[in-house]
Design a protein around this ligand. Structure first.
Ligand code: NAD
Ligand code: MG
Length: 297
């Protein structure tokens, strides 16, 4: 069977054919995506790297978060997932995949723009899992706008709340549960370094996530809690087909990378596993770029 350890040419590991033009309403239904992204369902092989750990992954019904949830379960962790109530169908599929590994899955739907939900999310996750020692802030909103004038005050507020405020609320609520050895991983983007002119609000949040993480990493290191970041490049997910890009731009999605193709969510999961596991014990405040070779500072 082919898995993440199978020797392969990264250029051709996945199709270089761009996805067809398509458009969905946000937050995007992964089961409507064409082609279906690879979350590692048939390829991720675990080897006990997170045995007995208790993880909360936000936005884990689909895309990168779902690939991370599947990988964590295969590495031996119980996993709580958050998602919007409208994403129940996608979430059910991921819950089943986690349970198929013999791990506990806790599904906690709700809207992260609401601080009360963020606190309830953490308390429910820690209560149901019997503690918490991995937090992955991954949920995100990305809506392109060609002109600044097209970014409504509501959109600006929602993007900031989803990507930055929720990370703050969830992390703050999680801290009392996190003991020494625990790990926090935040999801940034190539957009923090190379912002697109049509993603002003989104790119701003990704730079904030980087700086938040580097500051907090220093604060928490003496307690034995490590904070790190994964910064993906273009990844084929529902977010991109639901207003993250203009539909006509999907025909070139990922082709600007030195590898010449977009990533699949399955290619992101190993970075999160590494940063979550004790094997990265001396890695703190770091950003792991998984972007197909685009230079970053
Ligand atoms: P995705 O749409 O599959 O996942 C994002 C998830 O965020 C959604 O499934 C949804 O559950 C959650 N979410 C959005 N708004 C929410 C809200 N108000 N309340 C609760 N949950 C909410 O897309 P993805 O690409 O896997 O995105 C995951 C992360 O990766 C995001 O932070 C995104 O910014 C980041 N990222 C993606 C790419 C890419 O090219 N796909 C590149 C760089 C960074
Ligand atoms: Mg989703």
């Amino acid at each position: 069977m082919t898995d993440q350890y199978t020797f392969a040419n990264p250029v051709t590991r996945y199709s270089t054919t761009p996805p067809p033009e398509q458009q969905q309403e946000g937050p995007g239904d992964e089961q409507q995506l064409s082609p279906a992204p690879d979350l590692g369902e048939d390829s991720y092989r675990g080897s006990g790297r997170l045995e007995g750990r208790k993880a909360l992954v936000t936005g884990a019904d689909s895309g990168i978060g779902a690939a991370v949830a599947i990988a964590f379960a295969r590495e031996g962790a119980d996993v709580a997932i958050s998602y919007l109530p409208s994403e129940e169908t996608d979430a059910r599929r991921i819950v089943e995949l986690i349970e198929r590994e013999g791990r506990k899955a806790v599904a906690i739907p709700g809207d992260l723009v609401d601080a009360e939900y963020c606190r309830r999310l953490v308390d429910t996750a820690a209560g149901e899992l019997g503690g918490l020692d991995i937090l992955v802030n991954n949920a995100g909103k990305q809506q392109f706008a060609k002109e600044l004038a097209e970014i409504s005050d509501e959109q600006f507020d929602e993007t900031l709340r989803t990507n930055v405020y929720a990370m703050f609320w969830v992390t703050k609520a999680a801290l009392p549960h996190l003991g020494a050895g625990s790990t926090i991983i935040n999801t940034s983007s190539i957009q923090a370094y190379n912002p697109s002119p049509i993603l002003v609000d989104y790119a701003t949040t990704k730079a904030s996530i980087n700086t938040f993480s580097k500051a907090l990493a220093q604060q928490l290191a003496p307690q034995g809690i490590r904070v790190n970041v994964v910064a993906p490049g273009p990844v084929w997910t529902a977010l991109q087909a639901a207003g993250g890009q203009p539909p006509e731009a999907l025909s070139e999605f990922g082709q600007q990378t030195p590898l010449g193709r977009a990533a699949q969510p399955a290619e992101l999961a190993p970075a999160y596993v590494f940063l979550a596991s004790p094997e990265s014990s001396y890695v703190i405040g770091e950003t792991l770029h998984v972007n197909g070779g685009m230079p970053t500072p």
